[in-house]
Design a protein around this ligand. Structure first.
Ligand code: GA4
Length: 332
């Protein structure tokens, strides 16, 4: 029997899967510099609900700057970091994810983002004059992510031939839109090298928003679940962004009446290398009614979901565990 040295590890689910699961070689790729990218994007959303974006025009240095600031923060003494927590749900969190019993080998900073003007949850470390470089890197990164998400959502409308072209992007760019930004640090966990299983970093779930934009350093850990239920590792690529469009989407999956897919994903702790990821979750205004777009409904087609607002869906989601089926209760 293996005895885990760290008591905290006892709480975190071990996963009986090969430590270095198979890589998926065919993650859909959307090259924004190529003609036909709108169709490629729609194809990826229908097939998997997850894709990688290249030639996005965002300098890699922008992400690297924020990543370096995040690493500096996570290297602070534990007591200093905890001054910016516990998360309510925003702030600094360690191992506990949300109030419903989910735990993982992860520490994080979670920010609420408001749109007009762009602002984010303040935390005690951000008030320090020395956090000036963190603040400016964060703001620049958030602005770049907003532009990227808006471009992708317009392209999605173009690929689906939906008018107006801002049918999706207006949902997440509006003044009342509900954005969340997460900086995750999965510390290395050398004890894993001796075990024949993996440790949960962030448990399996589908994000509930409209679109999520993820960027990580070069450490592995992210896995997605394929149609046959198997888990495959997503090879990291620090120069690209990974998009969960719909997968998450209480939004898109409903807006497209099930035409777009949503993919379950999880993060496994990496034994020898720490992983840092940054994810911007784009959500609509709480009052937004989520219903299939009429343009995407065939003659006589009925919605598969009863109508609800983003606020209602979010409230229900946040009361459940990460791995619960959250859309089920809204199906007709
Ligand atoms: C918000 C951003 C992502 O959707 C998410 C959410 C997660 C969940 O869906 O269970 C959380 C939420 C999100 C913030 C605080 C905690 C965790 C619900 C909740 C009450 C997947 C995430 O990473 O954090």
């Amino acid at each position: 029997m293996v005895v885990l040295a760290d008591e905290a590890l006892d709480q975190i689910p071990l996963i009986r899967s090969p430590k270095h699961g198979s890589n998926v070689s065919d993650i859909p790729l959307v090259d924004l510099s190529m003609p036909g990218s709108a169709e490629a994007l729609v194809g990826a959303c229908e097939e998997l609900g997850f894709f990688k974006v290249v030639n996005h025009g965002i300098p890699v240095e922008l992400a690297q700057r924020l990543e370096a600031e995040a690493i500096k923060f996570f290297a602070l003494p534990q007591l200093d970091k905890e001054k910016s927590g516990p998360p309510n749900p925003f702030g600094y969190g360690n191992k506990t994810i949300g109030p419903n019993g989910d735990v993982g080998w992860v520490e994080y900073l979670l920010f609420a983002i408001t749109s007009a003007p762009l602002s984010y949850t303040s935390m005690s470390f951000l008030e320090e004059p020395s956090a000036c470089s963190f603040r400016s890197a964060l703001k620049e990164y958030l602005l770049a992510m907003r532009k990227l998400a808006s471009d992708l959502l317009r392209l999605m409308a173009e690929g689906l031939k939906i008018e107006p072209r801002d049918a999706f992007s207006r949902l997440v760019m509006g003044e009342q839109s509900d954005g969340i930004f997460r900086l995750n640090h999965y510390p290395k966990c050398p004890i894993l090298e001796k075990l024949n299983c993996s440790l949960t970093g962030f448990g399996e779930h589908t994000d509930p928003q409209i679109i999520s934009v993820l960027r990580s350093n070069s450490s592995t850990g992210l896995q997605i679940s394929l149609k046959d239920g198997s888990w495959v590792a997503v090879p990291p690529d620090q120069e690209s962004f990974f998009i969960n469009t719909v997968y998450v989407m209480a939004g898109t999956q409903v807006l497209t009446n099930g035409r777009f897919r949503s993919v379950r994903h999880r993060v496994l702790a990496n034994g020898l290398k720490s992983r840092v990821s940054m994810i911007y979750f784009f959500g609509p205004s709480p009052a937004e009614r989520i219903a299939p777009l009429p343009q995407l409904m065939g003659e006589g087609e009925q919605s598969k979901y009863r109508e609800f607002t983003w606020g209602e869906y979010k409230k229900a989601s946040y009361k459940s565990r990460l791995s619960d089926d959250r859309l089920g209760q809204f199906e007709k």
